[in-house]
Design a protein around this ligand. Structure first.
Ligand SMILES: Cc1cc2nc3c(=O)[nH]c(=O)nc-3n(C[C@H](O)[C@H](O)[C@H](O)COP(=O)(O)OP(=O)(O)OC[C@H]3O[C@@H](n4cnc5c(N)ncnc54)[C@H](O)[C@@H]3O)c2cc1C
Length: 252
């Protein structure tokens, strides 16, 4: 972006993709750990068995060529409000390990994005790895809305992570991309849903709280009104798909 959009000349470049110690995938203590330079194509394959919708979203991320080169750490560090992995990682309560000059520090991804494309990374620091909890009894779903189905940037991306027991919502984390200057959790909506009944009535009320969580912009991808409406509809879609145990998708 610095070269293609800002026309900057970059004097020194470190190609993190050449550091093999940062390219790894492992599971430990009910967590998936991705080294930051793991190509998205490998994330896509590995995550399928844990979170099929994470795989679904990645299959629509750019093209195979892009996913062969683009890394999970790069998508996070880019901090784009429409970076496709970001709402998914937020709703899964992912953490990142940051390598500093003095050692490592761990932070919740939810505390990483400060403002438009600005993160907590300081000079000389980089993302070393990404830790994703494995939720065994949760309902995790994610949806990407874009003008073209393949190889397009999201207008809105939504990700839902619910723990539902005996028709009650015990835990809930919801995050959206394309709805604010950073990928962001829907806290008002989450607070309302937590400990509520898993019912249509509750979801109909919850969807109206999204306008308290988000004040999206209009741009060439979508208008503010469209983004808000689609965000609400995706919440209802999550409810219907979970309730009926059926998927209403273009492809599955
Ligand atoms: C044709 C095309 C289609 C695309 N489609 C999509 C799409 O569908 N969805 C989507 O979300 N994005 C899409 N993108 C955007 C692109 O995939 C992201 O910008 C990508 O995630 C960048 O990853 P990278 O590994 O190539 O990072 P780079 O481009 O190498 O780096 C991006 C920035 O992050 C920094 N960085 C990289 N790794 C680290 C690290 N480990 N620690 C700290 N900083 C780091 C770099 O210094 C740089 O500032 C597309 C891009 C193209 C060109």
């Amino acid at each position: 972006m610095k070269v293609t959009k800002d026309r900057q000349e970059i004097k020194k470049i470190i190609n993190l993709n050449n550091i093999k110690e940062l390219n790894f995938i492992k599971t430990k203590n009910n967590e998936i750990i991705f080294g930051s330079t793991t190509p998205l194509i490998q994330v896509e394959k590995f995550i399928l068995k844990y979170y099929p919708d994470f795989n679904n979203i990645l299959r629509r991320y750019g093209s195979v060529q892009i996913r062969n080169v683009g890394t999970i750490g790069g998508n996070i560090a880019t901090a784009s409000p429409i970076g496709d992995t970001l709402p998914l990682l937020l709703s899964l309560n992912a953490k990142i390990i940051i390598q500093t000059k003095k050692g490592n520090k761990q932070i919740l991804l939810n505390n990483f994005f400060i403002k438009y494309r600005k993160t907590k990374l300081k000079k000389g620091e980089f993302i070393k790895s990404i830790i994703i909890p494995i939720y065994k009894n949760h309902n995790f779903k994610a949806y990407k809305i874009s003008k073209r189905f393949d190889d397009d940037i999201s207008s809105v991306c939504a990700s839902f992570n619910f723990k539902i027991k005996d028709q009650k919502i015990q835990d809930v984390t919801i995050a959206y991309g394309g709805m604010a200057e950073i990928p962001k959790r829907a806290k008002n909506c989450e607070n309302f849903l937590k400990n509520s009944k898993f019912s249509e009535d509750i979801f109909e009320k919850a969807k109206d709280l999204l306008k308290r969580d988000f004040n999206p912009i209009s741009d060439m991808r979508a208008s503010k009104q469209y983004r808000l409406e689609v965000a609400k509809n995706l919440l209802i879609k999550f409810f219907i798909e979970t309730k009926t145990k059926k998927l209403f998708r273009v492809y599955q």
